[in-house]
Design a protein around this ligand. Sequence first.
Ligand SMILES: C[S@@+](CC[C@H](N)C(=O)[O-])C[C@H]1O[C@@H](n2cnc3c(N)ncnc32)[C@H](O)[C@@H]1O
Length: 251
Amino acid sequence: MGDQADEAAGGTWSEENSATFLDIGRYAVPEREVQIDTICGLIAAQGEPRSILELCCGGGLLAKALLERFPAARLLALDGSPKMLEATRAAVGEVLAARLETRLFDLASDDWRQAEAAPQAVVSSLAIHHLDGPGKARLFAGVLRMLAPGGLFLVADMMLPAGEGATRWAARAWDDEARRRALEFDGDLAGFERFRDDGWNYFSDPEPDPIDQPSTLYDQLSWLREAGFAEVDVFWMKAGHAVFGGRKPLA
Ligand SMILES: C[S@@+](CC[C@H](N)C(=O)[O-])C[C@H]1O[C@@H](n2cnc3c(N)ncnc32)[C@H](O)[C@@H]1O
């Protein structure tokens, strides 16, 4: 870890953020297992993919699920954090790693979007909110260009609520979910307390970290449509988080 890693992550997400997220992610991500299953199920419903691209793979839970579910697929997993790429390789394990490639990248940059391979699916979980609105719209257009015809783009992320009441509701719903997960996993509230004390609940933070730039779900669906995606839809939503996406038209 060093300057190069900070630069790759846009100078914002640090290796300290990676360590914190690896520690509290299991409490902080609402219905994480359901989100992962939703993404895998939607890809399976399109047929067996040969190539999948994951943007910001983090600790590797989604990467592992994808490689297990799709035995014929190769996965290119990108992240700006060396610590996260190491965590992904460890989570996936030696056997599945034969079909995994990990690489450092900057989500905001255009260079990796010029890649020639055309994946059947591009996925990302809890990361695109690090881009501002125009950055998201540019990313969506770039992903459409990269995908194979008929390919899926599926995003799991935190959404900006459309109003103050909805923000207060999302704040409470996220706390409730983190509390529930801590009790379910550990039988105590220590995990929830770490989530709360680290200020992880964007919706209840009066001065949210500028590293987080969520957009409304409505805006993101509109940017997908504007980019040229078809079948744009929302597949799951809870506590201010959603899984949404679209399909690249066949022609
Ligand atoms: C909240 S974590 C989510 C990790 C994982 N996808 C998950 O759902 O558990 C955000 C991830 O995005 C990565 N990240 C943040 N900003 C980035 C950037 N500009 N370029 C590349 N990776 C970035 C971080 O390194 C981290 O792995």
